[in-house]
Design a binder for this molecule. Sequence first.
Ligand code: ADP
Length: 451
Amino acid sequence: MRKDRHPSLRWRIVRHLTVFQSIVLLAVIALVVAVLVAIDIIQINEDDDTFEALESAVALDANDKLVIRSTPALVQLRQVTPDLWFVVRDQQGRTVREGQVPDAFARLEADLDGFGDASIAAAQKGQRASIRRIKTEAGPVVVLTNALTTLAPGKIAVVILAFFVTIVLPIFTPLVITTVIVTHLIVRRGVAGLQDAAAEAERIDVERRGARLPVAGVPSEIVPLVNAVNNALARLDEGYERHKRFLADAAHEIRTPIAILQTRLEALAESDDKHLLLEDVARLALLAEQLLDLQRLDRQRESFAAVELVGLGRQVAAELAPLAISAGYDLSFESAATAVAVSGDAASLERALANLVQNAIAYGGRKGAITIRVEADAAIEVQDEGPGIPPEERERIFEPFYRVRARTTGAGLGLYLVWEIARLHGGRAVALDGIAGGACFRIELPVQTAA
Ligand code: ADP
């Protein structure tokens, strides 16, 4: 089966925060750069290409005239910059120019000697020029050229990469690391309160009603869920109680007509039918009693007290000995310790043990020994030498209304009652192989540790 995948709150927050932060960060950086460019603090110039191209292109011809040679670099520059213009002037006042020099800068030509490296803006918007001193074959010259603002695609990529490495990454990396760590801590702390609620929810079972999930420490966003679960638990408790009350009342109510029926049957004249009917009524009465016992069990958890198993076993053995002996058995009691204490309800435990002994009497083949044994580790065993329980039936016989052979006098509730009593005490009931081939029933209870 495919396991359901649950999205992690932690990673969802990290993912969304990171995306949001990157968008904000990039927007802020773009805005800052745009503002800086607009107010001329950052100038996107590509003049270097022009100056580099001119360094090798400027030369003197045979007549000592300053000339521009069409070097490959210059040819390429002319291609990418159709509006390229420049003025080159050497120390002797020789000048060479190319392109349409805007009027605002043409005036500077004569005074170029007086400039160092400079970037100049004309009064007319958008017109910019750069001045730089470079060394050429024709000696040192001053170049006045248009400040280029278009970048080649390759250069744009390099600029963007440099921008990322020098500005975005140094800001973004610590931001992401901090986001992951802080989110992790916040979410862990935030959901810590839920661990208690989850642990409490794990402990809820049908026997433990009244349980509610703790709201303390639960983040306020999740409180409505916890409250809703608690309200649902309260409604279930109420429904369960109503249901239990009905069953208890029904079991109780059924006893009266059975008792009346029994009295009326007893008043009938002696006959075979009368005895058969009385047996049937006795079976009905037993069933009603067992149903009532089951209902009572539920309330007995609150009345748990220290119970001494050796004394309890001996008492049950004494009470049922006459019945066992008259049915043809030897009943014996053994104990591995002088006293074994458990916490529980003495009447229920007595009832469970009596049920097992009565079963041994009923199904033990009317011969051999029935042995009641109390172990030091708070286990009680009842063993007989009858036909035993086939291994494949050993689990099912504890189910309510289950009988190995349908036509027995019982209703199939006796062992279920034993199993419920053991469970109510935090223990269990099992059917095993008896030593002499018969059945061996064992109730294992938790030992009471000395406080
Ligand atoms: P019942 O009311 O029928 O006795 P139980 O729950 O006490 O119901 O027992 C369930 C079935 O287990 C019985 O019908 C019987 O067949 C079988 N059983 C119980 N105890 C023994 C035993 N000591 N030996 C053999 N079979 C047994």
